[in-house]
Every structure is written in C-alpha cells, then in structure tokens.
Ligand binder design. Structure first.
Ligand code: TYD
Length: 224
C-alpha cells in the first residue's frame, strides 16, 4: 500500500492544529496509525530551529527566515516524511511548502522563481497528495490570535514572531493561500472555519474519510 501525504495549511488562528489533533484521535480510534507532524519543528533539529525562528525577541532577516524554514523542511522530508511514506503510512503535517509560498513569497515579497527553487531544493519534489486549507477572515484571525495572549489561555500559547506581523502581511498570506487553492483544486480543499470546532471537524472528516478509504488506509465501516 502506498503512503499518503496530507498537509494542513492556513493563516495564524485558523484552528488547523486543533483540527489535526481531533482528526488524529479519530483515525487512531479507527485503527489508522497516522503520523502527525508539523513544520517548523517536526524533527529534533527542527524543534531547535523552530524556537529560533518564532522567538518574538529575535531579529531574523527575511532571507535567513526563508533559508531556515527550508533547512527545517529538508531535515523533515529526508529524515521523517520520506521514510514514513515509504513504509506505507499516512502522514499529516501541520504546514508544509505552501506556507513558504504564502508567508515568505507573498508575505515577505520574495519572487515566485526564488521561492519555487528553494521549495524544490528542500522538498526534492515531494508534494502532498491532499491539502486542507483552513480559511477565515483576517479580522477573525486577529481576534483569535489576540485572545491567545489576553484570554484565559494567556501565556500558555505565546504569540510568535509571525503572529505579530501587521494585518496587511496576513492579508497577503491569506490571498496567496486562496490563489493556491484556485490553481490546484484537485489537491487543495478549502475549509471555512468561522463556526464551532465540531462543525469544522465534520467538514474535515467529510473530505478525509472517503479519501483514506479510497486509498485503503481506513475501513469502510469506521466508528464516528
Ligand atoms: P504554526 O506552528 O502553524 O503556528 P500556529 O499554530 O500559530 O499557526 O506556524 C508557525 C509560524 O511559522 C506561522 O506563523 C507560519 C510560519 N511559517 C512560515 O512563515 N513559513 C513556513 O514555511 C512555515 C512552515 C511556517
């Protein structure tokens, strides 16, 4: 059975990490041992790169940022993703190369040609089979990320260096993600996330369940 590579993408505050956790529980309960991972920080080296990249006190030059995300990805692809896919596993990553197109390309303004070269170098051509793009308005995203630092969860989830970019940065990132979805409708499925977490999870399963069943990773009579 071939492995299956799925990615979750979206602007900050889109709730994709919560959705990934819920989906992981559901898949495990149904005997599908999916590998859940993330970028940046899927590997032990990546965790150290992540801490440096997202530290709000660190002044990271945009070119350095682009290259460190790429370094994290190269380590992730070679040491974790490829071996797991070769072993036939389902791998779901919280962010992957589309994030570089959106954040470093549209957000920071690096040219599409440079972004595509760096992405190709880091991924060696490994593309997701399926991508879920979690979308919500910039206003709602700003409210959610602000609540992380002032609400009852204040301090538990510190705002990172990219969270605190201005709204126009996040608008460019969101637009770039939406363009990717328009360009590649077969691979990228858009999920609107302004409603309750459970409703969004329903939409996630409506897409993921038949997809994994069709590839032989999930039984036809699964438990909800
Ligand atoms: P993430 O862990 O998804 O943060 P959150 O849970 O707050 O959404 O991602 C961390 C940040 O890294 C996020 O702001 C997006 C950014 N990022 C890039 O700018 N380029 C990349 O290639 C990747 C993978 C992430």
């Amino acid at each position: 059975m071939p492995g299956t590579f799925i990615t979750f993408e979206g602007i900050d505050g889109s709730g994709k990490s919560t959705q990934l956790r819920l989906l992981g529980n559901f898949l495990r309960a149904n005997g599908c041992d999916a590998l859940l991972t993330r970028e940046p920080g899927g590997t032990t080296l990546g965790l150290r790169l992540r801490a440096a990249l997202l530290d709000a006190m660190e002044e990271v030059d945009p070119l350095t940022e682009l290259l460190v995300f790429a370094a994290d990805r190269a380590q992730h692809v070679r040491r974790m993703l490829r071996p797991a896919l070769a072993a036939g596993r389902v791998v779901i990553s919280d962010r992957y190369a589309d994030a570089t197109v959106a954040y470093q390309g549209a957000g920071r303004g690096f040219s599409p040609e440079l972004i595509s070269q760096i992405v190709q170098l880091a991924t060696e051509g490994l593309k997701p089979d399926l991508t879920l793009l979690f979308d919500l308005s910039i206003d709602e995203s700003t409210n959610r990320t602000a609540r992380r630092s002032t609400g009852k969860n204040a301090g538990k989830v510190p705002r990172d260096r990219l969270d605190i970019e201005h709204a126009d940065f996040h608008t460019r990132v969101r637009d770039a993600y939406l363009q990717i979805a328009l360009r590649e409708p077969e691979r990228v499925k858009l999920i609107e996330t302004s409603g309750p977490v459970e409703c969004t999870q329903e939409r996630v399963r409506e897409i993921i369940v038949p997809y994994l069943q069709s590839r032989g990773h999930l039984a036809m009579n699964y438990v909800r």
